[in-house]
Design a protein around this ligand. Sequence first.
Ligand code: ADP
Ligand code: MG
Length: 248
Amino acid sequence: MTHIIEVNQLRKSFGTLDVLKQVSFNVEPGEVIAVIGPSGSGKSTMLRSLIHLEDISGGTIRIQDQTLVDNGRYAGAADIRKMTDRMGMVFQHFNLFPHLTVQDNLELAPKTLKKESSSVIRYRSLELLGKVGLSDKADVYPGNLSGGQKQRVAIARALMMQPDILLFDEPTSALDPELTGEVLRVIKQLAQENMTMMIVTHEMGFARDVADRVFFMDNGEIAEAGPPEQIFGNPRLARTRTFLQRVK
Ligand code: ADP
Ligand code: MG
């Protein structure tokens, strides 16, 4: 396998609004990409397109050498499912099921798929709760957790499907500042374990620390991409510099 994600000339419009304009990039296995940029620049739409939460308007997306969409033409539903099953996504607002315990939140998707025994699933859910530091919360309902704990549950839930790629859309934006650290530490640990990740974030210190490359999105395109030292230390474009000065 060469690139784990390959995107060429991706376009997405909502009606007459061109939200993504010819976006092209590759991601290598084990790479961590931080996606930064102003609100409305298309960051969420780009991630959502990769996991087929959006139908794109044109362009090509390849995931692990399989074609999700080729020049705007999508693969069949079963093939799409095979590709998107290899990816997990974590959202700003956790999206946990409030009527299920933490452990049942983790086990719902794998149990629905019925490809593994319930004891295998149970073993993994307890293991992953340990990994995110929430072994004691298995039987608790999400309503009784802090935002940081909810987000760690959401990460563990995404890991239950044993994804090869994790997508994060502003995982700490809904959290009180004192709770962001516990979530960022879990993501950083995944980076150290060579999980391939794309992370939309406003945490510039974190992006600098954890990313192999940073994509600066502006107005529906990746305006500048490069290693954190370049983007944060010596950006080539004036608009990258302007954005970074504003968020500091
Ligand atoms: P970001 O995540 O960078 O803030 P988004 O990808 O959410 O940007 O949105 C990019 C643009 O697309 C914004 O102008 C937003 O209003 C618009 N947009 C996003 N989703 C929809 C939708 N479902 N329908 C119409 N417009 C949308
Ligand atoms: Mg967004």
